[in-house]
Design a binder for this molecule. Structure first.
Ligand code: 5RP
Length: 266
């Protein structure tokens, strides 16, 4: 691995081998998503707890100050919307030149395996990897499921993660699944980070799946809505960070959450 690539990966994956990345890219197809209506207000209080931001160029330029930023994973795929025909029909929206201009640590795009646009999205990944490798910029592949959340089983996720790694992604973002998540990670020869998906019922559920996923080999999370759609996003971020970087148990994470929420811990 060349120096630039190594340096960027080291910005993203911390010395303990773990990562807490904060995605705030949802607006690229969902518009002003709940609690991300004004991105700056969502992002600023959470920045101290994130090892990197997953973000589009528009929100990066408008809502993050360059002198206070964290490493950036630039979302470079899109071109679809919630109200359009098919979320899977994405293209590359942002050039590698722009990624370099923005001094990013990585670029990220979605792949849609098993959809009508499987081939296009996989070729998008391959082209992006060719470009990224040329300039030492790692590519993160997001194994997207579109609106079909029931697709999140180990067999499907393992297939997606492995294909992404085979095509050259340096890191893969996927969903956690309760059964056989270790097989998803084992079958993927590059680091795996977990997305969160839509907000779940209780905080403890989030802590439990993040903890379990880490025990089963994920290096961290790229988890958004379950942090910033919570009524106490900083408490969530601190609790999840403790699981990732301090090996806190779900119970300990819950205690951190309660303590920050009640104002006993800042
Ligand atoms: C959208 C994305 C999001 O970044 C991803 O869904 C992670 O965020 P969340 O934890 O809210 O699911 O890639 O396609």
């Amino acid at each position: 691995m060349d120096w630039g690539m190594k340096n960027r990966m080291a910005q993203l994956i911390q010395a303990d081998g773990h990562s807490m990345w904060l995605p705030v890219d949802h607006g690229y197809f969902q518009g002003p998503t709940k609690r991300l209506e004004e991105p700056r207000k969502t992002i600023e209080p959470l920045l101290p707890y994130a090892d990197a931001l997953f973000i589009t160029r528009g929100v990066l330029r408008s809502s993050v100050d360059p002198d206070k930023a964290k490493p950036i994973i630039l979302r470079v795929s899109g071109g679809t919307s919630m109200v359009g025909k098919d979320l899977a029909n994405e293209g590359i929206t942002t050039s590698m030149e722009e990624a370099i201009r923005l001094n990013v640590a990585a670029v990220g795009l979605s792949i849609f395996i098993g959809t009508d646009y499987e081939k296009e999205s996989l070729l998008n990944l391959s082209k992006l990897v060719d470009e990224g490798e040329k300039y030492g910029i790692p590519v993160m592949a997001v194994t997207a499921v579109g609106k079909e959340m029931e697709r999140r089983d180990a067999r499907y996720l393992a297939l997606c993660c492995r294909i992404a790694a085979e095509l050259g992604a340096r890191v893969v973002k996927t969903y956690y699944c309760k059964e056989d998540f270790e097989k998803v990670v084992r079958g993927c020869p590059v680091p795996v980070v977990m997305a969160g998906g839509p907000q779940v019922e209780t905080e403890l559920e989030v802590f439990e799946f993040v903890y379990d996923g880490m025990q089963k080999g994920a290096i961290g999370v790229n988890l958004g809505r379950n942090i910033w759609q919570n009524d106490f996003p900083v408490a969530m971020a601190k609790a999840i960070r403790a699981i990732i970087h301090e090996n806190a148990t779900p119970k300990e994470a819950q205690e951190i959450y309660e303590s920050v929420k009640s104002g006993k811990q800042r």
